[in-house]
Design a protein around this ligand. Structure first.
Ligand code: GLC
Length: 729
C-alpha cells in the first residue's frame, strides 16, 4: 500500500501541475462583491472577478459569509476551475462573530489568559459555522498612544502581557487540530509597528529605533509565530522609511528567516498598491514586483499581483521561485485546514443554526466581560450597591444603548444585540429611574461614517439634574460611542465627548453619591472625574452581555479583578506616557528646573499600567529572592486578603536591569499570576526568572543577557511594589 503523502509532498505535486497564471491566482484575494446567492454579476469589476474565480485566479475571498454563499462560491471554483483548488474564506472576527466578546483591550484588562483563549474559541466556533476558514486576528500591535483608535483592538502597551495574549488568542482560534471543522487559521497583525503611528494619527508614519522595534514591537509577533500562527498580515505604514509591505528585512530576514515562519503573509487591504502613493514604487506593476520580493505572499484586494505578476516573471523582473514559495505557503494552509479533503466542511447549514448566539457562548462572553471590568475608584466603599438599594437614578444616553457597547470591529454582528446597562440593572432591581441627559451621539453612527457629537444642545440636562437631586445614588453611564475607536478613529481630545462632563458636574453639584460607569475603547483623560467622583468603573465596551456583566459587579456578585493594560494619562500633553519608560539622565526633582519634567503637568499618570482595585484589599509582604541557581532565580512574596470579601488579585512581577550595554527601562513586566483569596487567606506566590526574562535584544538583534545588578519588584500594579535586588553572574 503506497505511503500516504505528507502535506509538503501534496503541495509539491500540486504545484508542479500549476501554470504561472494559476500560481499567481492563489496569491490573489478579492473582497466579496456580490450576493453569490443571487445571479452572477454582469459587467464591470464584479464580472472580471467572477471570471477570475472560474479561471482559478483567486486564492481567497474576504467578507463572504454564510454557509449558503460560501458553498456557492466554493462550488464555482472547485467545479469550474481547471485544478479545483478550494478558496480560503477570511474575515475580521476580532472579538466574536455574532455573540460578541468585550473589545480586545477590555479582554486584556482581565489578565486572564484562560478566559481570553476561551473567548477566541467561542469566536472560532461561530465563525467556522458560517463558512469561514480564517480570521484576521489577533491584532498584536503594541501601542502607547490612546489617540490612535486601534488601541481598542490590541493587548495594550506592554510586550510581555501582549505576548501572552497573542499566544492565548492564536490557540483559541486554531485549537490543537486545524483540520477540525470548528478551528480556523489565525493571523497576527499588523507586521509591524503600526501602533507607533506618529501623533496617534491613523495610517501615519512610523519612525522608531531598533531597540524599540526589537524589544517592544516584534516580540508579540514572535509569540504568535511560536504559537504556530498560520498567517501574518503586514500593514499600511512605513517603518523607518520603508513600507512594511515591501520590507525585505522584516518579512524575509526576520519573520521567514530568523523566526522560521512557515505560514503565509497576507497584505493589508490594498497595502501592496499603496506602495505607489508612499513613493516606494512607480506604478502598480512595480508594487507587484516589490511586494513579492519582500515576502508579501497574498495581495488583499489591490489586484496588483493578478494584473502584473505574471508579466514581471516573464520579463525576468521576478524569479518564479519567489512565486512558488508564496504558493507553497498558501497551499500548505489549505491542506492543513483539510479543504482539499472536503472543500465544504465549513458549509454545514445545520451547524450555522445551532452555533450562533448559543447560550454557552453568551455565558462565555459574560464571564469574559465581568473579568474585563476595572475598578478605578471606590471611596467610602460606595460599591458594591446593596441588593435592596432604593431610589437609584441612571443618567446618560449610553445606559440605554444596545449598540455602542458592542464596540468597533464587529462587521459580522447584528446591531442592537447588546444587553444594555439599563436592561442588566433591571434584572437586579426595579428601584431605577432613567434620564438620558443631553443627546451625545448620532443614532446612525456606523463602521464607515464619522460619529457626530452634540456639543451644544443641552436639552435633557435639567431633567437629569432634577432626577439626581431626588435620588439616593446616581449611576452615570458616560463615555465614547463604540465607533469612536477602531480603524480610522484617531482623536486629539480624549475628554468625555460632547456635554457629558458638563452633565456629570451638574449632577455632582446636587448629589455627590455618584458612580461613574465608563464605556470607552481607549484610555481617556478624566482628571476632574477622578478627583471628584467617589466611585469609577472602567467597563470599556463589553459586547453582547454588557449590562449583565456590569450589574453583577455593581451589586457585588462579581468582585472586580481587572487591571489596566494601558496607562491613563492626566492630560493629552503627556502622551506617549507608559510605565516602562527609560530613566533619562535627570530623573529626579532638583532645586532648579533642570530635570526631566513639565512646567505645567506632573510626570505621573492618572492611573498606571497594571492598576485596578477590588472590593477587598490585598497586602504584599516578605519579598524573597533565591539567586543560588543562576539559571532559575526564584522570587516569591506573600499576598494576604485583609478585607472582608473574597477576591482575585493579579500579582505582577517586574524587573530592572540596572546597567546594560543598551539602556533598559526603569521596569519591565516579566510575570503575572491571577490568584483567588478568601478573607484573611494568604498565599505565597512564586516566579522563576530565567535568561529569557532577564535578557534583551541589542542593536544587532542578538538576544543578550548581561551580568550585573537587577532589581526585582512585585506588586499590585506597576507603581505599588515591593523591591529587592540580586546580582546576575
Ligand atoms: C483593514 C485593516 C485590517 C483588516 C483588513 C480586512 O483595513 O487594517 O486589520 O483585517 O483591512 O478588513
Amino acid at each position: 500500500m503506497a505511503q500516504e503523502k505528507t502535506i509538503d509532498q501534496k503541495v509539491e505535486s500540486l504545484l508542479q501541475q500549476m501554470t504561472l497564471e494559476e500560481k499567481v491566482g492563489q496569491m490573489n484575494q478579492y473582497n466579496g462583491f456580490w450576493d453569490a446567492t443571487g445571479p452572477a454579476p454582469q459587467g464591470g469589476n464584479a464580472a472580471i472577478k467572477y471570471e477570475h474565480l472560474k479561471k482559478g485566479w483567486v486564492g481567497s475571498m474576504l467578507n463572504v459569509t454564510g454557509t449558503e454563499e460560501t458553498r456557492k462560491l466554493q462550488k464555482l471554483v472547485v467545479e469550474e476551475s481547471r485544478l479545483g483548488i478550494p478558496l480560503l474564506f477570511g474575515f475580521d472576527v476580532i472579538h466574536g462573530y455574532k455573540t460578541l466578546a468585550p473589545i480586545p483591550l477590555a479582554e486584556a484588562a482581565s489578565w486572564d489568559m484562560e478566559a481570553i483563549e476561551k473567548s477566541a474559541r467561542i469566536a472560532a466556533e461561530e465563525a467556522s459555522a458560517v463558512g469561514l476558514h480564517w480570521t484576521f486576528a489577533p491584532m498584536v500591535d503594541i501601542s502607547r498612544d490612546p489617540r490612535w483608535g486601534r488601541v481598542m483592538e490590541g493587548g495594550g502597551e506592554d510586550t510581555f502581557l501582549g505576548s501572552q495574549i497573542a499566544k492565548a488568542r492564536v490557540n483559541g482560534f486554531q485549537g490543537d487540530d486545524l483540520s477540525q471543522h470548528n478551528t480556523i487559521a489565525a493571523c497576527a497583525k499588523h507586521f509591524a509597528a503600526y501602533g507607533f503611528a506618529e501623533a496617534g494619527k491613523e495610517y501615519n508614519t512610523v519612525d522608531i529605533g531598533t531597540s524599540t522595534l526589537f524589544n517592544t514591537v516584534l516580540p508579540t509577533f514572535k509569540a504568535a509565530v511560536d504559537a504556530d500562527v498560520k498567517t501574518v498580515m503586514n500593514g499600511f505604514n512605513i517603518l523607518n522609511g520603508i513600507p512594511v509591505t515591501g520590507d525585505v528585512f522584516l518579512q524575509r530576514d526576520v519573520l521567514k528567516g530568523k523566526w522560521g515562519f512557515e505560514g503565509f503573509v497576507i497584505s493589508d487591504w490594498a497595502s501592496i498598491a499603496e506602495m505607489a502613493p508612499h513613493g516606494f514604487a512607480k506604478d502598480l506593476k512595480h508594487t507587484a514586483e516589490l511586494g513579492v520580493k519582500a515576502g508579501s505572499d497574498m495581495d488583499m484586494e489591490s489586484s496588483s499581483y493578478v494584473n502584473h505578476l505574471v508579466q514581471n516573471v516573464q520579463e525576468g523582473k521576478v524569479d518564479e521561485a519567489l512565486v512558488d514559495d508564496a504558493v507553497r505557503r498558501i497551499l500548505k494552509v489549505k491542506f492543513e485546514l483539510g479543504l482539499f479533503d472536503d472543500p465544504y466542511k465549513y458549509c454545514n447549514s445545520e451547524r450555522e443554526k445551532e452555533e450562533l448566539y448559543h447560550e454557552d457562548h453568551r455565558a462565555g462572553v459574560l464571564e469574559m466581560a465581568m473579568k474585563s471590568i476595572v475598578l478605578l475608584k471606590n471611596e467610602n466603599n460606595l460599591l458594591p450597591l446593596a441588593k435592596d438599594q432604593a431610589n437609584i437614578a441612571v443618567i446618560g444616553e449610553l445606559a440605554d444603548d444596545k449598540n455602542s457597547p458592542l464596540g468597533s470591529w464587529r462587521i459580522g454582528s447584528d446591531d442592537n444585540t447588546a444587553v444594555s446597562f439599563l436592561e442588566g440593572l433591571k434584572s437586579y432591581t426595579n428601584n431605577v429611574t432613567y434620564a438620558s441627559g443631553p443627546k451625545v451621539f448620532n443614532k446612525d453612527a456606523n463602521f464607515l461614517n464619522e460619529v457626530q457629537v452634540n456639543e451644544s444642545d443641552t436639552s435633557g440636562m435639567e431633567e437629569a439634574v432634577t432626577l439626581a437631586k431626588e435620588s439616593d445614588v446616581v449611576l452615570m453611564v458616560l463615555g465614547e460611542h463604540g465607533f469612536q475607536s477602531g480603524e480610522a478613529r484617531s482623536r486629539t481630545n480624549l475628554n468625555l465627548p460632547g456635554l457629558q462632563l458638563d452633565l456629570l458636574k451638574a449632577v455632582y453639584e446636587v448629589n455627590q453619591n455618584v458612580v461613574l460607569v465608563l464605556m470607552n475603547g481607549r484610555p481617556l483623560t478624566i482628571e476632574w472625574e477622578a478627583e471628584n467622583v467617589p466611585a469609577i468603573l472602567e467597563t470599556w465596551q463589553l459586547g453582547t452581555e454588557t449590562g449583565n456583566a456590569i450589574a453583577k459587579v455593581l451589586f457585588g456578585d462579581y468582585n472586580p479583578s481587572g487591571k489596566l493594560p494601558m496607562t491613563f494619562p492626566r492630560s493629552i500633553g503627556q502622551i506617549p506616557i507608559y510605565y516602562n519608560h527609560f530613566s533619562t539622565g535627570r530623573p529626579d526633582p532638583q532645586p532648579n528646573v533642570f530635570w526631566a519634567h513639565y512646567s505645567d503637568e506632573q510626570n505621573s499618570p492618572l492611573y498606571p499600567f497594571g492598576y485596578g482595585l477590588s472590593y477587598t484589599q490585598f497586602e504584599y509582604s516578605e519579598l524573597k529572592i533565591d539567586a543560588s541557581d543562576q539559571s532559575a532565580i526564584k522570587v516569591s512574596a506573600t499576598i494576604k486578603n485583609t478585607g472582608s470579601v473574597a477576591g482575585e488579585e493579579v500579582v505582577q512581577l517586574y524587573i530592572r536591569d540596572k546597567v546594560a550595554s543598551v539602556t533598559r527601562p526603569i521596569k519591565e513586566l516579566k510575570g503575572f499570576k491571577k490568584i483567588s483569596l478568601q478573607p484573611g487567606e494568604s498565599k505565597v506566590v512564586e516566579f522563576v526568572l530565567t535568561d529569557a526574562e532577564l535578557g534583551f535584544y541589542n542593536h544587532n538583534y542578538d538576544f543578550v543577557v548581561e551580568p550585573g545588578e537587577f532589581e526585582v519588584m512585585m506588586g499590585t500594579n506597576s507603581q505599588e511594589v515591593l523591591s529587592q535586588t540580586f546580582e546576575k553572574q
